[in-house]
Design a protein around this ligand. Structure first.
Ligand SMILES: Cc1cc2nc3c(=O)[nH]c(=O)nc-3n(C[C@H](O)[C@H](O)[C@H](O)COP(=O)(O)OP(=O)(O)OC[C@H]3O[C@@H](n4cnc5c(N)ncnc54)[C@H](O)[C@@H]3O)c2cc1C
Ligand code: SF4
Length: 333
């Protein structure tokens, strides 16, 4: 591991001023914030991340979950995944988020992992984590061995010729279906970013994963007021029942009245290069009877643009079944 300066920020201003030293928001960044450390420290040990300055943000007052005046929820950046999953309001009104969080990692990891850290966790593509191998995301221009290599876990939606890595987060999939907004403070001031525009497709710059600028600190995430009477499900399919990333997952928030779907928000995980909201699936369902046949049609629409790699063609049907089943679970209440 490379030597680095460790700074413990006492307040928001100190954290942002410290980070103003950042040279780039991409791989090899000069400055990194550390929260739970369950992604960052791992990658520093592997020499995948090599910051010269690490700013500990655990003492900042960002660990609260509070209701907002408009009936929504404000989640501090350093709220632990366990605390968020078990928060009474989250369990009651944002069950899809609670289920997604509890499906991730292990109890010990969830006790450390934070909201902002989860939003920024890096891909689990094995080549990204192995510095002896080329990887466009880690070392732009070096190539993508996954395309002709081991890609069983990798993406079938949103890939490019430069990178086919999956976004591994469960929490982000639920947040995509809940239409979360990410709030950031940085050297250029504050801004609010809808989650749909937060993560970037790899395109020809796979090293750039989000719209964050150098030195930007995520302060909190807001969720809009829950849709009254909606039914929510997070379904995750994986190689083993726990402590495993998704092969395919689905976050579903639907409202059914008189047998028809009157509101639908759908996102997929484990299959996209970013948390994958599916307006196409939502459009298929809207104003239609909540039937298994229509759920299957929605799943077909969600995966219409899917493109298999050499080892992961099975994911297309798996993701369809995952979404159709999640919709049926939600419809049954
Ligand atoms: C063995 C293992 C299994 C896992 N399984 C799953 C799983 O099944 N599902 C799943 O979703 N996740 C899984 N994870 C990932 C885990 O959820 C993430 O590692 C965790 O959420 C990251 O949070 P953290 O607080 O530890 O982040 P850190 O490691 O502290 O930070 C991660 C990144 O976020 C940046 N950062 C942190 N906070 C801020 C902030 N406020 N503003 C700006 N930048 C910030 C850091 O600089 C760093 O780049 C697993 C992890 C491990 C190690
Ligand atoms: S898929 Fe992306 S992360 Fe994996 S080797 Fe290719 S460029 Fe690197």
């Amino acid at each position: 591991m490379k030597t680095f300066e460790f700074i413990r920020a006492a307040d928001l201003k100190g954290a942002i001023e410290g980070a103003a030293r950042a040279k780039t928001a991409q791989q090899g960044a000069d400055v990194r914030f550390v929260a739970g450390g369950t992604t960052l420290i791992d990658l520093m040990k592997l020499n995948v991340e090599t910051p010269a300055h690490v700013i500990d943000i655990n003492r900042l007052p960002l660990d609260k979950v509070e209701t907002t005046p408009d009936g929504g929820l404000r989640i501090g950046a350093t709220v632990r995944n366990s605390d968020l999953a078990h928060h009474p309001i989250v369990k009651q009104d944002y069950a899809v988020l609670s289920e997604a969080l509890l499906s991730g990692a292990s109890t010990q990891l969830r006790n450390m992992a934070t909201t902002a850290g989860n939003l920024l966790q890096r891909t689990r593509c094995m080549y990204f984590r192995e510095t002896a191998m080329p990887c466009n995301k880690r070392k732009p221009g070096s190539g993508c061995p996954a395309i002709a290599g081991s890609n069983r876990m990798l993406a079938i939606l949103g890939a490019s010729e430069h990178c086919i890595a999956t976004n591994p987060s469960d929490m982000c999939v639920a947040m995509a279906a809940l239409e979360a907004t990410i709030h950031v403070q940085g050297p250029k001031g504050s801004r609010a970013i809808p989650i749909a525009g937060f993560h970037l497709l790899p395109g020809d710059t796979p090293q750039r994963e989000t719209v964050l600028e150098p030195g930007d600190l995520i302060t909190h995430v807001t969720l809009p007021a829950p849709i009254s009477g909606s039914r929510q499900v997070y379904l995750k399919l994986r190689d083993r029942a726990s402590y495993e990333f998704a092969l395919a997952s689905a976050a579903v928030v639907i409202k059914i009245a008189g047998g028809n779907v009157i509101n639908a928000r759908i996102a997929l995980g484990g299959v996209g290069t970013k948390p994958w909201r599916s307006p196409a699936a939502e459009a298929v369902l809207l104003s239609q009877p909540a039937t298994p046949a229509n759920f299957r049609k929605a799943a077909e629409a969600a995966l219409r643009d899917a493109k298999a790699q050499s080892e992961n063609g099975f994911k297309i049907e798996l993701a369809k079944r995952c979404l159709a089943h999640a919709l049926q679970m939600a419809a049954k209440g």
